[in-house]
Design a binder for this molecule. Structure first.
Ligand code: NDP
Length: 347
């Protein structure tokens, strides 16, 4: 008989319930689960039974694994489900996270964590009470290009200290009737949805917390998309020492770049936050060097990281406290734009 290596027997995979079968769940999360090493699909929670049944057929989920929002509490007696992934509109994150925690499940909640810092605090308290883990869907923390840029940003030996961070995140938003453009559901405009990536990047590249923010908001006059929420936000963050971040958030134009500037060198990701196809370039000594890093499935990696934390009893890299910090800073960004003055951030 020919001799060849057999694949490893997989370890136990944790069961995931996906709550809200929208674009992100269908296009990224479900495909990501198929190849996951420590995670597998165990349930859907959805308000659209036909869609849920069809997706259950595609992914081999038995019909008894389909729940409606109103009977989500029944997850408590479903031993196949260990983790609940909340992929709903922003205004629903707090309620469904807390209900899942009360049902005894660990929760990964999409960004932004919620619409207000108060809701974030309630989610963190619910996780403590339930003695369950809570993580926020900040996928770029687990992404190799972003991790490599963090290393460059924080390392002074190779290229000197970082003095300036540029972070730009935006896209041209379509359908004016969608929930992202309704304040009650989205909590705000481009900042809450896409600008949060620029804020996150500024914070993880700096490796410290900002002390002050100054911000400006603008929207194209008479554009039906921006009657309730803002189109653009530009904001500057001051960090301890001489470090500054200049950030852009937009629902009007496509921007997708993080850049770390040092006295005689710079490094950038462009695109920086896409699901694939990221590129890194390093500029120094008059030359441009392209650097390659592993291309991964970002959602699979994020889910497997969280399953691993639960199985191994370790801390997630993106806990609820990280989401709360962003919400507090985003509220200060809006306050600064309203008042026209810089706002100090508590340490
Ligand atoms: P979609 O609008 O595509 O889907 C949201 C889903 O939520 C719907 O399909 C529906 O699922 C459910 N839902 C329940 N009640 C409502 C309601 N009143 N209005 C609309 N939908 C409702 O949103 P996305 O998938 O794009 O975004 C979901 C979340 O994921 C957001 O918080 C967003 O910020 C985040 N996100 C994160 C990304 C990342 O890269 N980390 C990228 C994109 C989004 P059903 O029909 O099953 O009930």
């Amino acid at each position: 008989m020919p001799q060849f290596p057999l694949p490893e027997i997989p370890g136990k995979k944790l069961g995931w319930a996906i709550v809200g079968l929208g674009r992100l769940a269908v296009s990224q999360i479900l495909p990501g689960l198929v190849e996951a090493k420590r995670s597998r699909l165990a349930a859907f929670v959805s308000g659209s039974p036909d869609k849920a049944k069809r997706l259950a057929q595609v992914y081999g989920l038995p019909e008894k694994g389909i729940y409606r929002y109103q009977d989500m509490e029944r997850l408590a007696s479903d031993p196949a489900v260990d983790v609940v992934y909340v992929v709903l509109p922003n205004s629903m994150h707090a309620e469904y996270t807390i209900r899942a925690l009360k049902a005894g499940k660990h929760v990964l909640c999409e960004k932004p964590m919620a619409n207000t810092p108060r809701e974030c605090e309630e989610m963190i308290a619910a996780a403590k009470t339930a003695n369950r883990k809570l993580s926020i869907g900040y996928r770029l923390h687990y992404e190799p290009y972003n991790q490599a840029l963090v290393k460059i940003a924080r390392d002074t030996a190779e290229m000197g200290p970082t003095r300036l961070i540029l972070a730009e995140a935006g896209f041209s938003i379509g359908d004016p009737t969608q929930w992202r453009l309704r304040r009650a559901m989205a909590g705000g405009g481009s900042l809450m949805d896409i600008g949060i990536y620029a804020l996150q990047a500024a914070r993880y590249l700096a490796g410290t917390e900002p002390t002050e923010v100054n911000a400006q908001v603008s929207s194209t006059p008479n554009d039906p998309r921006f009657t309730e929420v803002e189109e653009n936000v530009t904001f500057q963050l001051r960090f301890p020492g001489a470090l500054v971040a200049n950030c852009t958030s937009s629902y009007g134009v496509g921007v997708n770049r993080f850049r770390v500037c040092k006295p005689n060198a710079a490094a950038e990701l462009d695109p920086a936050l896409s699901y694939s196809g990221l590129r890194m370039r390093v500029f120094r000594n008059g030359g441009i060097e392209e650097r390659q890093h592993p291309a991964i499935d970002q959602f699979q990696t994020e889910m497997d990281h969280f399953s691993g934390c639960i199985q191994d009893g370790t801390d997630t890299a993106t806990p609820g406290e990280e989401g709360l910090r962003d919400l507090r800073i985003m509220m200060a960004i809006y306050e600064s734009a309203r008042s026209g003055k810089p706002v100090a951030l508590p340490s």
